[in-house]
Design a binder for this molecule. Sequence first.
Ligand code: SAM
Length: 282
Amino acid sequence: MSHRRPKRSLGQNFLVDPNLQRKIVAAVEAGPGEPVLEIGPGRGALTAHLARREVRLTTVELDDGLAAELSSRFAGNPRVEVVHGDVLALELPALAGDWPRTTVVGNIPYNITTPIIFRLLRLPYPRDIVLTVQAEVAARILAGPGTRTYGALSVGVRLHARPARICKVPRSAFRPVPRVNSVVLRITPRSPPRLTPAAAADVRVLTRAAFSWRRKQLGTILTRHADLRVPREIGERVLARCSLAPALRPEQLSPDDFIALAAALQSASSALSPPARGTRAD
Ligand code: SAM
């Protein structure tokens, strides 16, 4: 066990409650020999339990000292590989071996929660994801239409996956004790994927613009938001085609509404723009 001072810059709050450690690891539905990728193993709170399950475990830890300690601790275990690196910079599908069968687990640093989630929800998807995140972020991910916490993150995750709450982790379960509580989420990527990467990118542009003006009406957002600037007539036509009233506010649209709207905007704008040079118009 490390006696180094935890680094706040790396979001180091270590899970010391053994019951919660077991509960999180029990949510990882991987059997012996199946691939598991652990993000931010730290002092091995989850790693030790996972190693006993005989899964094929790859861990990614950015902290030099912790990575070195974990490497020597698990050196005798051929099923555990400790990678010293930044999870956001590594090519994860190559790292874990059989990525479409991999379950990702992590009690991850608060400051990079959203980038990690969207990194994992890029195609190809892993099989399943179990993440401990700040309670407030979990609420935003789980929120449905018509609620105050529903927003671009709720829609963004649902384009790719189904999120579900596993359990709460009180802040007292960590050392040092953080300022906020956490929640363990299961985020199961859709199989087959629901959208192409280009279609998902269009929905993200639309939802980000919409929720950055969450008190405004849809018609206004489409025509006036700098990231959209849809000509008024086209906006009206597209909204009518999607059976959406221009007076609706973003939080009244379901993820399916956003998907339909982004697709209709995309086909209206490609019908307007001339074919790209070098392509045939037939
Ligand atoms: N899993 C351990 C536990 O439950 O006690 C540690 C959790 S701590 C909240 C997050 C861990 O992620 C720390 O060990 C930290 O050093 C590591 N970390 C921070 N940024 C990282 C990054 N970009 N890539 C990989 N690991 C990172």
